[in-house]
Ligand binder design. Structure first.
Ligand code: DON
Length: 334
C-alpha cells in the first residue's frame, strides 16, 4: 500500500465526524491523491463487470446527521455485489434473531477467498460466515417468505429502506451473472449436503444473485453505511430499519471478515468495519459518526478495490475515525 499521509496529520477519534468543510476537503484530497493509481485489475469472471472503465473513481460520505458529500464518480451507478452482504445479514438477523443466525449460518471468518468452496468443506458443521458467498447464500435461504419471490421482496424492500430509495436491478448484469453462476450454484448444493441450506438451493442462489445486481452509487452506499452507523435509523428518511443490537452485530462481522482473507490487514491499517464488492465498491462504517463509500473498479487479488482501500485508509486517519486510535489524555488536556 502507498503511504497516504504523514503520521503527524493522523487524528484520533473525537466522537463526532468533523464539520462539512473538513469532510469535503479531505475526500477531495483523497480523490486527488489516488486518482492516478493504476494498480489492480477489473473483475472479469462475470462478463458484465469486465467492461467497467478502470478510471472510474468516486468517494462519498454521509454523517449520522444526514450531511452528504461526494467527489468524482460518486453518482455513477454500479451493481452492489458483495457490499449487499452485511445489509442482507442485518435484515435477516433482525427478522430471525442473532442467536438463530449464528447457529444456522456461522459468524467466524473463514480466512479464505470469498468464493471458496473449500470453506464449506473444512468446517465440519458447514458453518461459514455471512460476509462470504457460502454464508451469504445460506443467509438468503433464511430470508422470511415461503417463496423465492417473497424472499426477494423482503430483501429488496429492506435494502431499499436502508438506501432511502427504491433500488432497481441491472437486468443486463443479472443475465450475465446468471449465465456464469456455476460456482455459487454448486456451493448452494454443497451447503444443502451439510444441512445448511434452508430453502431450495437453485431458487436461493437466484435470489442471492438478483440482490447482487441491484444498482447503487457511492452516495447510496455511504447512506446505507450511515444507517448502520446511526443505530439502524436512516439519517435522511429518519426511518428505523434495524435495531441497534443488529447494527452492532453486523459491524462485528464486517470487522472480522469484510475484506475477506485480507480483513486482518484492513483492520491493522484502517481500524474500521467495512465491506468490499467485486464491482469496486467499499463501504466503511464509523459507528456513531457516519458512513464512507468508495468506488473504483480495479481490484487486488482478494477482490478488494485498490484505490478504495488507499482512499479509505487516508480518510480513516484524516477524519479521526479509526476505532483503535487513541492518544494520552494528559497530553491533550494540559
Ligand atoms: O457471488 C458473486 O460472485 C458476486 N455476485 C459477488 C461477489 C463479490 O462481490 C465478492 N467481492 N469481493
Amino acid at each position: 500500500m502507498h503511504e497516504p499521509t504523514p503520521e503527524s496529520t493522523a487524528q484520533v477519534s473525537t466522537g463526532t465526524m468533523p464539520g462539512p468543510e473538513t469532510v469535503v476537503e479531505l475526500i477531495t484530497q483523497a480523490h486527488r491523491s489516488y486518482a492516478d493509481v493504476t494498480d489492480g485489475s477489473v473483475a472479469d469472471y462475470i462478463p458484465a463487470l469486465a467492461v467497467a472503465s478502470p478510471d472510474l473513481f468516486g468517494i462519498a460520505a454521509v454523517g449520522v446527521n444526514g450531511r452528504t458529500a461526494g467527489v468524482g464518480d460518486s453518482e455513477h451507478a454500479f451493481t452492489i455485489q458483495s457490499v449487499a452482504k452485511p445489509f442482507q445479514f442485518a435484515l435477516v438477523c433482525e427478522a430471525l434473531g442473532h442467536r438463530e443466525v449464528r447457529e444456522r449460518i456461522g459468524v467466524n471468518a473463514t480466512g479464505l477467498p470469498f468464493d471458496s468452496v473449500m470453506a464449506v468443506e473444512i468446517a465440519s458443521d458447514g458453518l461459514t460466515n455471512p460476509m462470504v458467498n457460502a454464508g451469504a447464500i445460506a443467509t438468503t435461504s433464511l430470508a422470511p417468505g415461503r417463496t423465492a419471490e417473497l424472499k426477494w421482496r423482503f430483501l429488496r424492500d429492506g435494502l431499499s429502506r436502508l438506501a432511502g430509495r427504491e433500488l432497481e436491478v441491472d437486468e443486463e448484469a443479472l443475465a450475465s451473472e446468471r449465465a456464469t453462476n456455476g460456482r455459487n450454484e454448486a456451493m448452494a448444493r454443497l451447503l444443502e449436503g451439510h444441512g445448511r441450506m434452508y430453502f431450495d438451493p437453485d431458487e436461493t442462489t437466484d435470489v442471492y444473485t438478483r440482490q447482487g445486481a441491484l444498482l447503487v452509487t457511492a452516495s447510496t452506499l455511504a447512506l446505507m453505511g450511515a444507517t448502520l452507523a446511526d443505530g439502524g435509523v436512516n439519517p435522511i428518511t429518519q426511518r428505523r430499519v434495524v435495531s441497534e443490537d443488529t447494527c452492532r452485530r453486523t459491524l462485528a462481522l464486517m470487522l472480522t471478515a469484510g475484506l475477506y482473507e485480507l480483513s486482518g490487514d484492513w483492520l491493522y491499517e484502517v481500524g474500521l468495519p467495512a465491506k468490499s464488492g467485486v464491482s469496486g465498491g467499499i463501504i466503511t462504517v464509523a459507528p456513531g459518526k457516519g458512513g464512507l463509500a468508495t468506488f473504483a473498479p480495479p481490484l487486488d487479488a482478494a477482490g478488494n478495490s485498490v484505490r478504495g482501500q488507499l482512499a479509505t485508509k487516508m480518510l480513516s486517519r484524516g477524519l479521526g475515525l479509526d476505532l483503535l486510535a487513541s492518544s494520552p489524555v494528559a497530553e491533550s488536556t494540559d
